[in-house]
Design a protein around this ligand. Sequence first.
Ligand code: HEM
Length: 305
Amino acid sequence: MNFLYWHGPQPQLVFTQPELIKEILMNDKEGAFPKTKVQGFMEKFLGQGLATSQGEEWFKKRMLANHAFHAESLKVYMKNFDCCNILRKTHDESESDELQQGVRASIMKILKKREENVKTEELDSYGSDFLGKLLKAYHSKDETKKISLDDMIDECKTFYIAGHETTTNLLSWTILLLATHTDWQDRGRKEVLELSCQQIPSPDSISRLKTRSMIINESLRLYSPTALSRKTNKEVKLGKLLVPANIEILIPILAVHHDPKIWGEDAHLFKPERFAEGVAKATNNNMSAYLPFGLGPRTCMGMKP
Ligand code: HEM
């Protein structure tokens, strides 16, 4: 189903057909479908991090994150940093300056602490996690690798915000689903106990938990935390449509994940067994039918490989 609606004065096209979604997210060789720009207080809050930048700038940041990123690296600053309560206080423009400064000061404190640790403990590196890589790039003498202080702060904000709300959302829905489907809760628990012999599972053993993967995949299908948005920067042909420039495009992941034509008449039900033989089998090799982490070059950085 594709349709047009007006968001105030801004026309928005909504696409839920997997073939068109693939064209927009994966086969966009000419860069006709860039991400929509964040505006207003969200622009102040997010800055120009990986998720919001475009073109060369995005490529440089993506390379840095690809090189450094693994889930463990977030632990270092996640525990120190609580910006979300400040975010909820207000949407008012004037107060957003104060908010921006508060968040910046929080991040600076974490960055300084890491720099101090290197000085006082006479370490020869800022660390191998993402924060360490960002600091290394900030202090680099090589202009092609160097990033500015603002870049570094925006990247910390991006990873915190992109990673926190999505994961919280996923975990909350999963707990609710397991509480209402106790047969799956029992199966999941049994699998964990069998594999880890009552100990806390290690990252390696977690990746072997097949029932857990099925439950998480199904939870992300039913309650995907995000939607995707793009815009057209020129007139472009999409399927049978000729879409003018400057149209916003919205891809409601939830609608795709609940489409009975793809998932069957029981699309609205929690049935982790759909994923018993993996995502490819569940979608009949239709990769744009299941996109909780997006698709194409801008796929989520937090997605497990
Ligand atoms: C259940 C958890 C998560 C979900 C469902 C999720 C979903 C997504 C989606 C759909 C996108 C693509 C956005 C687009 O194409 O417009 C995305 C991008 C991104 N995600 Fe996640 N995400 C999750 C967790 C995380 C975590 C834990 C991190 C960080 C550690 C993270 C960092 C990012 C970043 C940096 C991008 C932008 C990538 C780029 O533009 O190159 N996400 N995420």
